[in-house]
Design a protein around this ligand. Sequence first.
Ligand code: HEM
Length: 539
Amino acid sequence: MDSLKGLLDDGLTIAGQHPIATLAAIGLSLKIGVDVVQKGRRGRLPPGPPSLPIIGNVLDFPTGLEAPHWAKHHAKYGPISSVNALGQTIIIVNDAKIASELLEKRSAVYSDRPHFVFGGDMCGFDGALTLLQTGENFKTTRKRMHGYIGSRAAVARFAELEEIETHRFLLHVLDKPDDFFQHIRTTAGAIILKISHGYVIKRDGKDAFVDLAHQVLDAFSVSLGSPWAVDILPSLKYLPSWLPGMGFKKLAHEYKKLSDALVKRPQAFIKHEMATGEARESFALTELRKGVKDAGDEHSLMWAASSLYGGGADTTVSAVSTFFLGVLLHPRVQKRAQEEIDSVIGNDRLPLLSDRPNLPYLEAVTKESLRWNSVVPMGVAHVSSKDDTYNGYFLPKGSIVMPNVWHMCHDPTVYHDPFEFKPERFLGTEGRAPEPDPSDLAFGFGRRICPGKDLADPSLFLSVAMTLAVFNINKAKDASGTEIEPLYEYTPGLISHPKEFKCSITPRSEKAVALIRSVEIEHPFEPSDSDKLANLSWE
Ligand code: HEM
């Protein structure tokens, strides 16, 4: 693992740009030595590779894709294994049943998160729900989100917003097909910012909040993607900045400005909108109207709203991109899906969410897009808050538990031909029973399960159904007319994306073009809120 090696080599600053998802999200809150010393006394840890004194298994960590690396433990050590990094026990779970036993059935024990000195305390990301440790703030934040987006009934009121924004996505693709990755991101941003803060993004040129969120996600990934020396020796943060090796303090200062902006700029926006009577319905507005106890409570609430944006901005984007790659590489899937649309919906209108029960093959394509590549391949690390035992193994308090969702979704004993994009697997054909719904794994587990699940799932379905209703997706051709073979490669890190690939996206017919363009008349773009931000003071 590059950055931990870097840590050992050069001490104080580890510009760990390499987002090691294994530690990522996860991030290690390292405690030197303790578990290694105590393991013998307290019981047998799950099996794993032999470890070196002090550094443990640091040298066994992957430098590339994390999930396939940890999946090898399944064959070598069984479905639950363990490693340690500088004394921190890390449990790797390569089996869906065990993940459910520990992270769901025993979620009272396995729902905490690691503590990050650099990314959390110093850079200010400790307010993000993904990093919140269990306690009152965590409970209140989850409860607030649950009330607003935590069930199918609650999110039903966003169906129209998701349908309109996905229709607008088609328009963007029609006008600039080569920029489809960008359009996927814009669409996710438009939906989530409207829901979280009632904010309308700018379509022509850069939007201030979308841009800010990208900068923040980068900073988040650098500050949490790999451990920093100060995570191991927290007292380093008290040394004066002028000492050599204190560069991390300057970086933390810059990132703190970004994390502040992520929370305070939208807060200033919504306060302004409330004062002028223009505030749109949103999560932040609804919760502010219910009343906050004090400034601290308001700050937590604004973090909750920004966590929605942070959690929703990149994840759905990955799943929709995987769908494009899946059908590009499997033309027969595209053909069969289009036949279903043509026979059930016809070509006078676009499929809507209400059509979902009548479109079983498209439903299966949606599931397969979540399974074929896992958006969050190693899940987000859970931390245990008590000593525990499982199947004769001792799992010490403070263990980091990493569910290898990617492996569970490619387990050949559960999913036949797991590397094929085969939606039929969910329909129970060829004499087989339908295979399990991957959303039970893809959105995480127990008390930490993704709070945006019920928003993301219909969004993905609409992207699948509306895109295939009006477009053909084919391999792009180079200047000599030869087809360009798309890459089937994914990025490492907490959130895994297909590496950008080219494809040719063309409307299926003139009628399809008219259908796409109808959104310009039926739902013309609203004026953006972006320009209002320039005059708002927030610092
Ligand atoms: C395809 C889309 C998505 C996938 C695959 C996904 C997956 C996940 C996963 C695996 C986790 C970690 C769960 C755990 O720790 O066990 C998570 C957490 C989270 N997700 Fe999502 N997510 C998606 C979309 C969204 C959306 C649209 C939102 C916002 C509306 C969102 C907001 C969050 C937040 C705030 C957390 C942190 C929860 C906590 O730590 O308690 N996600 N997501």
